[in-house]
Design a protein around this ligand. Structure first.
Ligand code: FAD
Length: 500
C-alpha cells in the first residue's frame, strides 16, 4: 500500500448487504484495515430476501462457516430450485431446478438430446431427467455430490433462511473478526471541497465518522451513492413493470418442501419460501394493473397456513444505479439496484459485486480507469439477469388479464429477443461468459415457458435413436433409484440443522 492506503472503511447499513460485505472484507483484510459498520435500529432493514441460489455456498466456505451451523442459526432449509406455477398458462407448472438435467454427451448439452427425442414424440418431460426436480417433488433431500455407482452429478442446492436471523448471525461473525458496529442514524454526508470525495458522515447525535472508503448498503434510499454522490438510476419498469410487494409470514405446513414456489397471479406473482419455523410469502404486483387492497386479498387467500403478522407493503422501482462505484464510495444490495426476487438474485449480486470489488480493491488509490471498468462489468451483470427475468414474463401464453397482455406484447431488449429467436430456430443457446445463468438455466425456463425449437441440433444426429433411447432410459432409472435413497427433507433438517 502507498500513502493513499485505505486505513478505515465505513459501511452504512446492517441489512444482508451490509453484514455480508463486512464479513467478506473482514475475511480478506484480516484486521489490517479498520472496518466500522453504522446502522440504525430505528430505520431497520427491509426484512425480506430469504431465498438464495447455489453460488452462496461458496461464500460460506470462503468465510469458513459450516453449513449446518449457519442453517441452525437462521431457521434455514434447503432449496433445490424454483417451481413456476401458472406462468406459461394457467394450470401449467415447471421447475427451474438447480444443476443440469441428464448428463451431457461429449460436447453436446443433454437438453439437445432430450429435444431430439421430444420432437420425435418420445422421452417424456425434460424434468424426468433432473435429479433436483425429482427430489424436490418427492420432498427429499440430503447432500449428494455424485450418484452412487454412476458418473453423474448429484444434487445442487441453495438455502432458504430468515433474513433477520441471518443479519444477526453475520454480525456475530463480523464482530469476532474485529468489525466495529456503531448504532446511529446518518444525518449528513460530508464531501471534500477539492474533489467531491466523501470525507465523513455526521450522525444524528452529532458524532462524526471518518473513513477513506465508504460502502453504501443503506437500502433503497442509497444514502451515499445517490443522496450525496448523485449516481443516477436507470429505470427498467418498461420491461419489468412490477413495482410493489406485500409480504407476510404464515404458519408452516407439515411437509417441508425443498424448493421455492412462484405462482403467477393476474398482475404479478406470489412467492412461497419454506423455513423451519414459518413460511415466507409475498405478492409482487404491478400497481398500474392492480390496487393494493386486491393484491393483499389475493395474498391472504393463498396462504398455506395462518398468517403470523400483518402484511407489509414495499414499493420499488426496478433498475440499477448508473454507477455503483463513484469516487470513494461503492454500493451493494438495494442501494445498487433492484430486480424482483423471481430468481432470487439480489443477495447473489451482493456476493458477486463484493467479490469483483475485492479484485479491484483500491489499495493504490482510486483509479478512474478501474472504477469505470468495475461499473461496466457490474452494469453488464445486471443486464444479463434482467433479460433472464424478462423472459418469464414475455414468454407466456396468458391472455386472461391486461397485465399479461401487456407483458406478452411488450418490446423486449434486443439481446433477449435475439436469444429467444435463435433458440426457437436452431435449438441452441447464446450464453455470454458473464451470464450468471448458463445453458441449463436458460433451457429450462425457455422450454418451461413453452418455447420449443423447430428442430434438434445436427450434432445430436450422430447418436442413433436406439442408442439414445437406451441412454435416456438408463438415466431415468439411475435417478429414480437415487431419489428413493434420499431421506425426507424435513427429517434431514430436523436431524442436522436444528438450533441446539
Ligand atoms: P436493507 O435490508 O434495507 O438494509 C439497509 C440498512 O441501512 C439498514 O440496516 C438500515 O438501518 C440502514 N440505514 C438506512 N439509512 C440509514 C441511515 N440514515 N443511518 C444509518 N443506517 C441507515 N433477495 C434475494 O436474494 N432473495 C430473495 O428471495 C429476495 N426477496 C426479496 C423480496 C422483496 C419484496 C424485496 C424488496 C427484496 C428481496 N430480495 C431478495 C432482496 C434482498 O432483500 C436484499 O438484496 C437484501 O436484503 C439486502 O438488502 P440491503 O441490506 O441492501 O438493505
Amino acid at each position: 500500500m502507498n500513502d493513499q492506503a485505505i486505513k478505515r472503511v465505513v459501511i452504512v447499513g446492517g441489512g444482508t448487504a451490509g453484514w455480508l460485505s463486512a464479513a467478506m472484507l473482514a475475511r480478506v483484510v484480516n484486521r489490517s484495515i479498520e472496518i466500522v459498520l453504522v446502522e440504525s435500529e430505528d430505520i431497520g432493514t427491509v426484512g425480506v430476501g430469504e431465498a438464495t441460489i447455489p453460488p452462496l455456498a461458496n461464500l460460506f466456505i470462503f468465510l469458513g462457516i459450516p453449513e449446518h451451523e449457519m442453517l441452525a442459526a437462521v431457521q434455514g432449509t434447503y432449496k433445490l430450485g424454483i417451481e413456476f406455477v401458472d406462468w406459461h398458462r394457467k394450470g401449467h407448472r415447471y421447475t427451474h431446478a438447480f444443476g443440469s438435467p441428464g448428463r451431457d454427451l461429449g460436447i453436446v448439452p443433454f437438453y439437445e438430446y432430450w429435444l431430439k427425442e421430444h420432437l420425435a414424440g418420445r422421452g417424456g418431460s425434460l424434468w424426468d431427467y433432473s435429479l433436483n426436480d425429482l427430489a424436490a417433488q418427492a420432498g427429499r433431500f440430503a447432500p449428494l455430490k455424485q450418484l452412487p455407482n454412476a458418473p453423474m452429478a448429484g444434487l445442487t442446492h441453495a438455502w432458504h433462511f430468515d433474513a433477520g436471523l441471518l443479519a444477526k448471525f453475520l454480525r456475530r461473525v463480523c464482530e469476532a473478526q474485529g468489525v466495529t458496529r456503531r448504532e446511529g442514524m446518518v444525518s449528513g454526508v460530508n464531501l471534500r471541497a477539492e474533489d467531491g470525495f466523501i470525507d465523513s458522515l455526521t450522525l444524528s447525535d452529532g458524532a462524526i465518522v471518518e473513513g477513506d472508503l465508504f460502502i453504501d448498503c443503506s437500502g433503497f434510499r442509497g444514502l451515499l451513492i445517490e443522496g450525496a454522490l448523485k449516481a443516477g438510476y436507470e429505470d427498467w419498469t418498461h420491461v419489468l413493470p412490477c413495482d410493489r410487494a406485500i409480504a407476510v409470514p404464515c404458519a408452516s405446513t407439515q411437509t417441508l418442501l425443498p424448493y421455492t414456489r412462484a405462482t403467477a397471479h393476474s398482475a404479478g406473482w406470489q412467492w412461497r419460501i419454506p423455513l423451519q419455523h414459518r413460511i415466507g410469502n409475498g405478492h409482487v404486483f404491478c400497481s398500474a394493473f392492480m390496487a393494493e387492497d386486491e393484491a393483499r386479498d389475493i395474498l391472504m387467500t393463498n396462504l398455506d397456513g395462518k398468517a403470523l403478522a400483518d402484511p407489509r407493503t414495499l414499493s420499488f422501482t426496478t433498475g440499477r444505479r448508473k454507477a455503483s462505484w463513484v469516487k470513494n464510495c461503492v454500493a451493494f444490495g438495494l442501494s445498487s439496484g433492484f430486480m424482483e426476487p423471481l430468481e432470487s438474485t439480489s443477495i447473489h449480486l451482493v456476493q458477486s459485486g463484493m467479490t469483483r470489488f475485492l479484485k479491484f480493491f483500491p489499495d493504490k488509490g482510486f483509479s478512474p480507469l478501474e472504477i469505470a471498468e468495475y461499473n461496466r462489468l457490474t452494469a453488464h451483470e445486471y443486464e444479463l439477469i434482467r433479460d433472464f427475468l424478462v423472459l418469464h414474463y414475455k414468454a407466456t401464453q396468458r391472455d386472461d388479464s391486461e397485465f399479461w397482455n401487456h407483458c406478452r406484447t411488450m418490446t423486449i431488449p434486443d439481446s433477449l429477443a435475439h436469444k429467444i429467436d435463435y433458440f426457437r430456430e436452431h435449438g441452441r443457446l447464446i450464453i455470454e461468459e458473464a451470464d450468471l445463468f448458463r445453458d441449463t438455466n436458460w433451457a429450462q425456463v425457455l422450454i418451461g415457458q413453452g418455447i420449443i425449437p423447430k428442430s434438434p441440433s445436427p450434432l445430436t444426429l450422430t447418436v442413433s435413436d436406439e442408442k439414445l433411447g437406451e441412454y435416456m432410459a438408463n438415466i431415468r432409472q439411475l435417478l429414480s433409484a437415487a431419489v428413493a435413497g434420499l431421506p425426507d427433507h424435513g427429517a434431514y433438517v430436523a436431524q442436522n440443522c436444528r438450533a441446539k
